[in-house]
Design a protein. Structure first.
Length: 325
């Protein structure tokens, strides 16, 4: 766990807030020196990007913890181990179905081009239909789980037609390199890594299946505290500004991230340059709930989640007035 702390800067500094709201933010910031946000983040993302853009000068304390999947972040918030984190629609619907203590407080628009179903480079498979009876790995309760279900359904198939194997990210990567899987539904830099070393190729991209909606989840235990709300909203705005800054200079982004995630800089840059849309935070909208409910319904139909799963209750308007619409 890495802890950073900054004092002296008001919430309005550098965040593009209006003149009317800036005094309120500065007044609130005076009380934030004793506030702490326990933030869950993926390697090479929040902490790296905020530092690379000089936006880690928080007027509150931030304690970062590293996770490698959104479902683990949701579990950590439910367990009161962290206060803020981000995940796709999929971990959220699983957490909501389980009655987890989480609150969705914002939406992060993002790319869908870093998600795909891979097969070994020498595989004869040319379509998802060629995977009948084959060993197909996936990362449970993540986008990989969802888009694999959708890809199978597109071809009149289900999990009953394959041999599905739930694996974590590192185990899936190892299994693909060892030739233990016939296919792997995955995301992120694993795709570029396996393509670059000749281990795997993309059988089907999930770019047109996923919504690109990622949700910022907060610990509901803190949302009654105005200092917590102010700090959380400030953090989300800072992260959005970091993405906007680096989105216009992807070589700089790649230089910052590559040594952290231990992926060659050219591969990181290639990954960034193929993104089909930028990251941008905003307050959640009713349409986000509708879209997420559709995702939940897909899992209900597949028999993965129980009938009647309703995810609307986990959305909280606590930060809506403090975020871009």
């Amino acid at each position: 766990m890495i802890v950073t702390r900054r004092h002296a800067l008001g919430l309005a500094a550098g965040l593009g807030l209006s003149a009317a709201t800036a005094p309120l933010r500065r007044a609130a910031a005076a009380d934030l020196a004793h506030a702490t946000l326990r933030v869950a983040a993926f390697r090479g993302m929040d902490q790296t990007l905020l530092a690379a853009t000089g936006l880690d000068d928080f007027p509150y304390r931030v304690a970062f913890s590293e996770f490698n999947s959104g479902n683990l972040i949701a579990q950590a918030i439910n367990a009161d181990a962290v206060d803020l984190g981000m995940w796709s629609e999929i971990p959220m619907v699983f957490a909501a179905s389980a009655g987890a203590r989480i609150a969705v407080v914002a939406t992060m628009e993002g790319p869908t081009t870093d998600q795909a179903l891979l097969v070994p480079a020498g595989s004869p498979a040319r379509s998802v239909t060629d995977l009948r009876g084959k060993r197909v790995g996936y990362i449970k309760a993540t986008t990989a789980h969802y888009f694999l279900l959708r890809m199978l359904a597109q071809h009149g198939m289900s999990f009953a037609d394959i041999h599905p194997i739930a694996l974590g990210m590192s185990d899936g990567l190892t299994a693909m390199k060892a030739g233990s899987l016939d296919a792997w539904a995955t995301y992120g830099y694993a795709i570029q890594t396996l393509e670059a070393d000749g281990t795997a190729r993309i059988l089907q991209s999930a770019a047109d299946i996923l919504s690109g909606h990622y949700f910022v989840g907060a610990n509901p235990r803190g949302l009654d505290n105005p200092d917590f709300r102010a700090a959380a909203a400030d953090y989300i705005r800072r992260l959005g500004k970091a993405y906007a800054t680096l989105g216009t200079d992807k070589p700089r982004w790649a230089r910052a991230v590559a040594p952290v995630i231990k992926v060659p800089e050219p591969l990181v840059l290639a990954y960034l340059q193929t993104q089909n849309r930028p990251y941008a935070p905003r307050a959640w909208r009713q349409g986000d709930i509708t879209g997420a409910q559709s995702v939940a319904d897909t899992f209900v139909t597949a028999g993965v989640l129980p009938p009647g799963t309703n995810i609307g209750a986990v959305f909280s308007p606590a930060l809506t007035p403090l975020l871009p619409a």
